[in-house]
Design a protein around this ligand. Structure first.
Ligand code: SAH
Length: 550
């Protein structure tokens, strides 16, 4: 069953300006939510072009959807992807004027809870249609955090029984059911059973408290650890759903097999200096059963994660879902102020560390320090993080610092690519990078100007299309004109040049000029410059470099 991402930001989807006011009222109650708006009709944080494709994409990524349109439109759009009932995110239709809130999908992932919250925000009663929930005041099949439903099909039969007039007992401790209006009786045939034990009982709604900890005291890199944990639990009659966490010695921080085991068991992996309970060393796997659910976050610590992401050139639609997911999971976000603002808004529980653009190495070291404490850290770059950006700075910091800080090597490091400015600019202009090309930074902050001149000359001679990053700044006033002089020694003055400024941002501007017209007055630090090769051509408003060569 696919897991719904509980920290995924709410997508409030609107089709026209008429829905915007209601959308903003809902948004005000959900800190991390974004308004997704049909680009041709209305402005929102996330523009989209095709309603059906957009909501299907959101649905597939587990994002909760609040669509401000008729229920029918949403149902038709999602019809083709409704097979897996367990894995679906909450989906609601809300009337444009805010007069009706209709939960449609996601009963197992809290759609009715969300419907009530939105209803409260809009001051209307939500149209709850789930009969069990209406009758009992809550969804018996969606137990709270720390508990897991044993079997959804059995659960549905149980609820049908209650709806048909049966009564139930409660065995075990289920504090959240205190407020439910269940038809209780002590001698009922049916029972809600709260137990870590695996039971197959047709007359029970079995809910497992996540109250079991497993301690693996050895590095079992060659074993199937997940299977051995399941077997150890089976031996004691415990359901694998009752497992709260895998706990292991901190020295196994980088073990792939333990990480895979925790993933297979769908529980957190926590690192401790010693077993969090009295473990018998004779067993490779020790189990401990508590009376109540165990909060895994309170035991030992997680392996720290440092993810370097690229936001793309600016607009939300050019940010990859992987980058968005990393931001959503982040506890700490570091970066240059402009980019961190671009990556927001953030939840109250997320820490944001903004710094000056030039403090890159210091920022990278800070990121490692935070991640070494077990935190989930994201470092943001614009475009792609590996193109003149933070991914190299992070690896430089690791290279220089890992001997003095061995804990940095245990951090789980990941680089998430993004749409680089040259690619975004090229796409707006056509296909100027359609044949061999090179990218060059014209900044001589970190390399001597003589190297830059030499590379431009070689690229010119080799007939590469050239994409220039960092073309000009106040501190480097003459360099751009000098670079162009060199290019002109190898290219015709009619060669097409693409100038993309603030691509993907509100003030986006695209210009096509010839090499002869190119001068430093036309560019600044927010401009991407693409100089064609000898074969680059113009057709209508488009610039392209053909795939063939003479
Ligand atoms: N990592 C970034 C590049 C950082 S260097 C990327 O992959 O895009 C910064 C330079 O990138 C700027 O000086 C400018 O030349 C270019 N640039 C970045 N974002 C841009 C945008 N939205 N539009 C045009 N150029 C941009």
């Amino acid at each position: 069953m696919a897991r719904v991402n509980p920290s995924a930001p709410l997508a409030i989807v609107v089709l026209g300006a008429g829905a915007l006011e209601t959308a903003r009222r809902i948004q005000a109650h959900f800190a991390q939510s974004r308004v997704h708006a049909l680009a041709s009709r209305v402005n929102g944080e996330v523009p989209y072009d095709d309603f059906g494709a957009h909501v299907r994409g959101l649905y597939a990524s587990g994002t909760p959807i609040v669509a401000l349109c008729s229920a029918g439109i949403v149902i038709r759009a999602l019809a083709s992807c409704l097979a897996d009932k367990g894995g679906e995110p909450p989906v609601l239709a809300v009337a444009q004027d805010g007069s009706a809130v209709v939960p449609l999908l996601g009963g197992m992932s809290g759609v009715n809870v969300l419907a009530r919250e939105i209803g409260a925000a809009l001051k209307v009663a939500p149209a709850i249609t789930t009969s069990g929930e209406l009758r009992f005041g809550q969804c018996l099949l969606a137990p709270p955090e720390g508990y897991a439903l044993a079997d959804i099909e059995q659960g549905k039969r149980f609820v049908s029984g209650l709806l048909a007039g049966e009564t139930t007992r409660i065995e075990g401790h289920a504090p959240w059911l205190d407020d439910a209006t269940l038809p209780r009786s002590d001698d009922a045939r049916l029972a809600v059973r709260i137990t870590p034990l695996a039971t197959h009982d047709e007359d029970s709604l079995v809910i497992h408290p996540r109250c079991v900890l497993a301690w693996i005291g050895h590095d079992a890199s060659n074993d199937d650890i997940a299977e051995r944990v399941r077997a150890a639990m089976r031996e004691r009659g415990l359901s694998p759903l009752a497992l709260a966490a895998l706990t292991v010695p901190a020295r196994f921080m980088t073990s792939r097999s333990l990480e895979e085991a925790a993933h297979a068991l769908d529980v957190p992996l926590r690192f401790c200096e010693a077993a969090p309970f009295d473990a018998d060393d004779a067993h490779a796997i020790a189990l401990h059963v508590s009376d109540a659910p165990v909060d895994a976050q309170s035991i030992g610590r997680a392996r720290g994660m440092l993810t370097v992401i690229g936001l793309g050139p600016g607009s939300a639609e050019l940010m990859t879902p992987a980058a968005r997911a990393a931001l959503s999971a982040a506890q700490d976000v570091l970066g240059y102020e402009t980019y961190v603002r671009m990556a927001g808004p953030f939840r109250d529980d997320q820490r944001v560390h903004m710094t000056d653009n030039r403090e890159e190495l210091q920022r990278a070291r800070h990121a490692f320090e935070l991640a070494s404490e077990g935190r989930r850290v994201v470092v943001v770059s614009s475009g792609d993080p590996g193109v003149f950006a933070m991914a190299s700075a992070v690896l430089e910091a690791l290279d220089a610092g890992h001997a003095a800080h061995p804990e940095w090597s245990a951090v789980k490091l990941a680089i998430v690519p993004g749409v680089s400015a040259s690619l975004a600019t090229a796409a707006r202009a056509g296909a100027p990078l359609g044949h061999d090309f090179c990218v060059l930074s014209l900044s001589d902050n970190l390399k001597p100007w003589s190297v830059i001149e030499k590379r431009i000359a070689h690229a010119g001679e080799a007939d590469f299309v050239m994409a220039f990053y960092n073309p000009l700044s106040k501190a480097r006033p003459w360099q751009f004109d000098r670079a162009i002089e060199i290019v002109k020694q190898y290219r015709d003055w009619q060669t097409p040049v693409v100038l993309g400024r603030d691509i993907g941002r509100p003030k986006e501007a695209l210009r096509i000029v010839t090499l002869g017209e190119l001068k430093s007055e036309l560019v600044d630090m927010r401009t991407m410059v693409i100089v064609g090769s000898s074969t680059t051509r113009v057709v209508g408003d488009w610039v392209y470099t053909p795939r063939w060569y003479e």
